[in-house]
Design a protein around this ligand. Structure first.
Ligand code: BGC
Length: 803
């Protein structure tokens, strides 16, 4: 530590530190025996020898009751180090962690029984190194479907199962805290990291997050919900100032976090890189203390995102308890205490929050991890979830499912180079990815071999060229691989012709990838299809149709692409998302009909990028190198915008087809006048010939009052069990006052305004199957919250009145 710290070494605490460190670290190893103070005889004699004023008994962290005395026994240096991680393992001179690929670790103080914890990424699965130097064994983790795909299941049970499996890998690989799930809102489809996030809707995002957290933490390891908050782009992510109204914050960008905190109490929250209304999120007391702790009652600890923020002392004060990955900020923190700029009690508070989590961790409890999670069982969960998350967007004349053993002409590079998930810290080092070609063959389909081989040769040739070499992520191999996109193989007319002759159906696979640190582009090859892709779709569809045969498209993508220009040319479209390592098997499950698709969109597919309400305000101002981004669309994000301003999307929020049909009946509410809670009923019947599940959505249209309201908002959802043909299920939903409330900035309160409320039961946000209404007789102030987080400048927000 530097000069300033030396000056304060006179304090008795620091004398103790100096004495102990003079003879090396005093190790007191027992922390499991239930003793208040554990000592070895060697430790005793050492302690006596080194320091006259050392306590003869060193407090040990053994349980919640011991935390205060342990904090009291810490030197200032130890305190400052405990609130800062120990560097980025494997980078910048920090040695690799005990579990290679873990991306962060906390400071351990063995003399007080405080172990060092390990953290590793998500969210699509645990990201650790698959191999270790000098070790024959492998350490692969399961790549599960991306979060956007999980949300499309509309099924919190399967999502919780995914969480259980993920958490089991976290535990069995020796990690304490999983840096997932992530739940930022899909504000704009070009956000390069949307694949890590669930939805444009905060209810879906919040419920999915709570399910995942509960699943992960059922293993006795921690989950971290991230990135808190309003981190909706990658362009200038570490400096961008997000300017957003209190109402949009509370109703859209904070809401999912609120739900997750209240329903799952995660062990940790990760604050985000961006500024929020001019203050970095990690230094934002209003966000981290007033809202997160005071309003919502969060009782875990907050860590920064990696290298986030500008001022460690402000981070401490704001209630950002832990700075990650830690780059020597401890000195500044200790100095600030010495100089009277930081109250030591703030440090103690933050440390207490960290230690309260430490005592729950496997490392603290001495768990002997196996490094052998049941990857086969988890692969099954992944495949099941992947198939459930697929969305059937179009299916003319029953093109899908394909018949068993059908002869298929499979087109598109992505059939071979199938994309399991996005890139960056959200990548997973899985043992394999089942390609769509392999998945279909394994399911018994006969793929045209000439075509398949010509794709394989074409891809192998291009990949041998420097330009297209698959390389390690720029952040190192632990962060997975970068696969530069190669141009779609051009198809000669006779190649298409001969394939059409020899096959029953054409299936075209289109792929896209994106990842951390860059946003997507509204360009060909990204949001728009390339000329080659357009030519492939047009050429293949025309040739098959001439022979009276059908063509399906499979989209292996992490976020919306433009579809209006080509969708009419094909008979069927299956949105497979990025389904994780079991991709090919899960696609085959749905194409074959082994699984009846029941996924629905949790994010809107607009007709054109210009229809996205934030298109003019993304990624900010100036567009090439923005300093700030103003959320002028306010609360009108996604379907809230499309439905209110009548902008027809290509495929709306909540949309998805099935191989069967469903009928809705008995749609009603149990009260005419709202009284604290209201029940909503609907009966869903499978009226088709195939067993299937249906995601049922409860929207509410609230009356305009002092506050204007979107045309409709999702307030509840549920999924039927698998219904056999002719079978019915009664669905019951409950809406309380908070779920109906809007945020009134003047009152800093959630209010339900009086008037007529219409409940709309939908198969999608546009396909409303029935309505029921009730009255709210008087305005209800549901909850008053802290008056914080107001923007520092006026925002010209979109409103029904101005439009
Ligand atoms: C990401 C986080 C991630 C962290 C550690 C950051 O760049 O934003 O989501 O958990 O790195 O890898």
């Amino acid at each position: 530590m530097g000069k300033q710290l030396k000056k304060i070494k006179k304090t008795s605490q620091l004398k103790r530190f100096a004495a102990l460190s003079a003879v090396g670290v005093l190790l007191v190893t027992s922390n499991a025996g239930g003793m208040a103070y554990a000592q070895t005889s060697a430790a005793e004699s050492l302690q006596a020898a080194v320091s006259a004023d050392s306590r003869t008994e060193t407090p040990q962290l053994i349980n919640a009751q011991s935390i205060d005395s342990v904090i009291q026994a810490m030197t200032l240096e130890e305190k400052a180090k405990l609130v800062v991680g120990t560097g980025m393992p494997g980078m910048f001179g920090t040695p690799k962690a005990r579990v290679a690929g873990a991306v962060g670790q906390t400071y351990g103080i063995p003399r007080l029984g405080i172990p060092s914890l390990l953290m590793a990424d998500g969210p699509a699965g645990l990201r650790i190194s698959p191999t270790r130097a000098g070790d024959e064994k492998t350490y692969y983790a399961t790549a599960f479907p991306i979060a956007t795909s999980l949300a499309s299941t509309w099924d919190t049970e399967i999502v919780q199962k995914v969480g259980q499996a993920q958490g089991n890998e976290v535990k069995e690989y020796g990690i304490d805290i999983f840096l997932a799930p992530a739940l930022n809102i899909h504000r704009n489809l070009l956000n390069g990291r949307n694949f890590e996030y669930f939805s444009e809707d905060p209810l879906v995002a919040g419920k999915m997050t709570a399910a995942l957290v509960n699943g992960v933490e059922s293993n006795g390891v921690g989950a971290t919900i991230k990135h808190f908050a309003a981190n909706n782009q990658e362009t200038n992510r570490m400096t961008i100032d997000t300017v957003v109204s209190e109402r949009a914050l509370r109703e859209i960008y904070l809401k999912g976090f609120e739900t997750a905190v209240k329903e799952a109490q995660p062990w940790a929250v990760m604050s985000s890189y961006n500024k929020l209304n001019s203050l970095p999120a990690s230094q934002n007391n209003e966000l981290l203390t007033n809202v997160l702790r005071n309003d919502w009652g969060f009782n875990g600890f907050v860590m920064t995102d990696w290298f986030a923020g500008t001022d460690p002392v402000e981070q401490m004060k704001a209630g950002n308890d832990l700075i990650m990955p830690g780059m020597g900020q401890a000195e500044a923190i200790a100095n600030a205490v010495t100089n009277g700029l930081l109250d030591e009690s703030v440090l103690d508070r933050n440390i207490k929050r960290i230690l309260q989590v430490v005592i729950e961790t496997p490392t603290f409890k001495g768990y002997e991890y196996s490094s052998q999670p049941d990857l086969q069982a988890h692969a099954k969960v992944g495949r099941q979830a992947a198939a459930q998350g697929m969305v059937l967007l179009k299916n003319e004349d029953g093109t899908l499912p394909l018949r068993t053993k059908e002869k298929v002409g499979l087109f598109g590079n992505t059939q071979v180079e199938t994309i399991k998930g996005g890139t960056g810290s959200g990548d997973v080092n899985a043992a394999y990815t089942v390609s769509i070609a392999d998945g279909l063959e394994e399911a018994g389909f006969h793929l045209n071999q000439d075509l398949l081989n010509s794709y394989k040769t074409y891809i192998a040739n291009l990949r041998s060229m420097d330009e297209y070499k698959i390389v390690d992520s720029p952040w190192g191999s632990d962060f997975g691989k970068l696969t530069p996109p190669i141009p779609e193989k051009t198809l000669a007319a006779d190649e298409i012709q001969s394939t059409v002759k020899e096959t029953d159906t054409g299936v075209i696979v289109i792929g896209r990838n994106s990842g951390e640190s860059a946003d997507r582009k509204n360009e060909k090859g990204d949001y728009l299809l390339t000329d080659q892709e357009q030519a492939m779709i047009a050429g293949v569809a025309e040739a098959y149709h001439k022979e009276g045969k059908k063509v399906a498209v499979v989209l292996n993508i992490g976020g919306p692409v433009e579809m209006a220009s080509w969708r009419d040319k094909v008979d069927s479209i299956l949105l497979a998302w990025q389904p994780g390592q079991e991709a090919g098997g899960a696609v085959a499950d749905v194409l074959s009909g082994a699984v009846n698709p029941s996924g629905k969109l949790a994010t809107t597919f607009p007709v054109a990028y210009s229809d996205v309400p934030s298109a003019d305000n993304f990624p900010g101002d100036p567009a090439e190198n923005p300093e700030k981004v103003v959320y002028e669309e306010g609360i009108y994000v996604g379907y809230r915008y499309h439905s209110t301003f009548n902008v027809k999307p290509a495929y709306e929020f909540g949309y998805g087809l099935s191989y069967t049909t469903f009928d809705y009946s008995n749609i009603r509410v149990n009260q005419k006048e709202f009284n604290k809670k209201i029940k909503v009923f609907a009966t869903v019947e499978n009226t088709g010939k195939t067993a299937g599940k249906e995601a049922v959505q409860v929207y509410v249209s609230a009356p305009d009052g002092k506050l204007e309201k979107p045309a409709l908002e999702l307030k509840a959802f549920g999924k039927t069990k698998e219904l056999q043909p002719g079978k019915k299920e009664n669905m019951i939903f409950e809406l309380d006052a908070k779920s109906l409330a809007s945020f009134d900035e003047d009152k800093s309160a959630w209010i339900v305004e009086k008037g007529t409320y219409t409940v709309k039961i939908g198969a999608s946000s546009e396909n409303i199957k029935g309505t029921a209404s009730f009255q709210v007789n008087d305005d209800i102030v549901v909850e008053e919250v802290e008056n914080v987080l107001s923007p520092k400048e006026p925002i010209d927000e979109l409103s029904k009145e101005s439009n």
